[in-house]
Design a protein around this ligand. Sequence first.
Ligand SMILES: [Zn+2]
Length: 455
Amino acid sequence: MTLAIYDTASREVKKIQSQSGVTSMYCCGPTVYRDAHLGNLRTFLLSDLIRRVIEVTGGEVRLIQNITDVGHMSVDVIGEDKLLAQAAAEDKDPFEIARTYEAKFHKDLELLNVKKADGYPRASETIDLMIAMINDLILKEFAYIGNDGSVYFDSKAFVSYGDLSGNRLEALKPGHRYEYSDESGKKFHADWALWKIAGERTEMIWDSPWGYGFPGWHIECSAMSMQLLQNHVNIHVGGIDLRFPHHENERAQSNAATETETVDLWVHGEHLLFEGRKMSKSSGNVVLLSDVVSRGLDPLSARLCFLENRYRSQMDLTWSALEIADAQLGKWRRKTALWGTSTELKVDPEFLEAIENDLDTPRALQRLRLIEKSQEISDSDKRAFFIYADKTLGLDLSRVVLMRDISKDQQDMLNERSVARSEKRWADSDALRLALENSGLAIKDGASGQEWSWR
Ligand SMILES: [Zn+2]
């Protein structure tokens, strides 16, 4: 089997294709003027999950994720450049702000066990690429210079505009989702700026054939993905809120420039709610990974919570779910350690089938719990299944650090007691239990065998 994922454009679950064995992936990255919240991180974990599934089944992935450090205009604060506004608020140079939040973004990814992308291109360092693409679009008559001097994409020239999001040009009303408040130079209300003339602006501007200015946000992702992934993207990942207009516009630009369908699969992760409310700056409901850590919870408990829900269903994260996930991680790591030290991997076909079927992680985790509790599967096989599963889940289940606290004697007694129980030598088992309890452990015998914790 190969991985199949729901494609927003065709509204079907489609199998992943790749060119010459390498799957090209592009994931829209952060705008680095503030911390990424857990909702943003859920999307970045989605691209990591896809990548891991492809790699664990023998594929190779080339993943590019952009860093938006040329402030793109906010949808909720019309006309305000996010980066410049934050720079003014913190009384810092805008690039200093960008580097600070970019470093924090990388730190978050590291804490979440996200594998590094093959490239994190910065918008500010790829201006030339964007200018070249805009030039090309003008030559091909998909873009024009407006009477205000800015360059706009001519949405009517791109006939399949709306195919991705379902938003047809004729249905788009004037005034809908403008990204800039001063776009008087465009011919049609659904057109968007590719290059904005500087006007009064003096910071974060670059020279171009159309004078000093700065690029629009959408052109950034087209220019980077086409250049760094050789004009074709097998899997394009982003949050559902980017489907329109960002991805619709990106598709128009990339397809128009290359005269091909540039993306095979558009994958969108759903919104995250926290304690019942949408997580967004505008609704004042924002939780950061650092908030999770400062509560003493393992950052990977957020990763586990996300896996307990399908990527394309809206989920409601709560503090209590994070606490339960934190305890679950500890339990699984202790068990994996108790099951031995082998590094052998074993593929469980049902686990793999669930994961490859549009990333059905809730079912995959259910399968893992069945393996954990099975009376038929040996401890060493359980460990081998868990270690294989963890290659896709990324939960660091073979972490041994938590076992350091147990002495060699305690470990030996636990192992002996496990054997005694399986051989129904109850007197030996009781004696070992007493010895373990005297050494400071609490022992609980459940359906899945003995479990211990510190008393
Ligand atoms: Zn993007």
